[in-house]
Design a protein around this ligand. Sequence first.
Ligand SMILES: *[C@@H]1O[C@H](CO)[C@@H](O)[C@H](O)[C@H]1NC(C)=O
Ligand SMILES: *[C@@H]1O[C@H](CO)[C@@H](O)[C@H](O)[C@H]1NC(C)=O
Ligand SMILES: *[C@@H]1O[C@H](CO)[C@@H](O)[C@H](O)[C@H]1NC(C)=O
Length: 361
Amino acid sequence: MRVRADTQQQQQRPLLFLLLLLQLLLQHGEGIYWLGLASRGIPVSWNHTQHCKLLHTLAPDQQQLCRRNLELMGSVVQAAELTKAACQSTFKDMRWNCSSIQSAPNFSPDLAKGTRESAFVFSLSAAVLSHSIARSCASGALPSCSCAPAPAEQASSDFRWGGCGDNVHYGMQMGSAFSDATLNSRRSGSPSIRLMHLHNNAVGRQAVLDSLETRCKCHGVSGSCSVKTCWKSLLDVGQISAQLKARYLSATKVVPRQMGSRRQLVPREMEVRPVLENELVYLISSPDYCSYNTKHGSYGTTDRQCNKTATGSSSCGLMCCGRGYNTYTEQVEERCNCRYHWCCYVTCKKCQHTVERHVCK
Ligand SMILES: *[C@@H]1O[C@H](CO)[C@@H](O)[C@H](O)[C@H]1NC(C)=O
Ligand SMILES: *[C@@H]1O[C@H](CO)[C@@H](O)[C@H](O)[C@H]1NC(C)=O
Ligand SMILES: *[C@@H]1O[C@H](CO)[C@@H](O)[C@H](O)[C@H]1NC(C)=O
């Protein structure tokens, strides 16, 4: 296969050059182009390898994985949707609110470069992909896997392993093959950015592994719980996303350093320590996202809603970057004076009341 490709390349030098140029122009978001699968909305049944080619949002190495694992593609599309929703919901109170993820696979500079924001999105997407596959195994949606085998740890006397656990092992295996596919190839961006994305992908998957918890169900006469069945289950994507946001806030800026024959990323500050396996890393500082600047992928916070009484990132001071805010009132309608009637319905009145809203200048 490779030999044939090489001879082809020799015959087609100009084409190869053009392709290389394209690769350079495409910048570094390639590993997460698959997030674009969500927005396409085409109902692909994923029963023919040709479908992989139709979806040019898949990078070449991912297309190959697609052809070999067609049955996984449903989980990939689902993961793309979940990633977008989780990112925007987790960052809705922040100046950078992840709205740019909607334009996948055409990323603006906030996500196309080695920023803190792209560190978060890579780690989240890798986490969600493994999560989705692990869950799909357990729900019986995938022919290639099923419930996780019983955990190695000993069940105690008051419960036994049973039920159907999320298949984290399979999720990790297939999720990392897909998420890291392009990053392991030399074509994809500079070595430093590849190291950054690979590291952050691994941080995301580790957060999924760490989220495994034991859940149990009681059996026995009228819920007496004399017999208990337990299995290992993953936390929901929203909770994992919140954990990764905390790591985004404390992410470490790194620089590449040559260590013998290997290139590594090390913290930029003078600290002499390796990068930790649970910290997100980035290469390029982000703007403060206060003002509109397409060159930096910043949409600014003008017209964003802020919270006058809050003290955190959604407060008017921080959200509006000191520019101040405009206040307007809005009529909202709510159900009120609800009464329960025997048996069995509820009647409510409609009440109007006024709420104050604040938007950044
Ligand atoms: C793929 O699925 C579609 C819709 O379910 C069906 O019409 C088509 O015949 C299938 N193609 C193959 C090659 O199985
Ligand atoms: C996110 O920010 C953009 C740009 O400031 C804004 O247009 C959009 O409405 C915001 N989204 C939410 C959910 O606040
Ligand atoms: C504003 O912040 C306060 C305090 O954190 C909170 O109780 C309230 O629900 C927030 N209001 C809105 C509209 O989010």
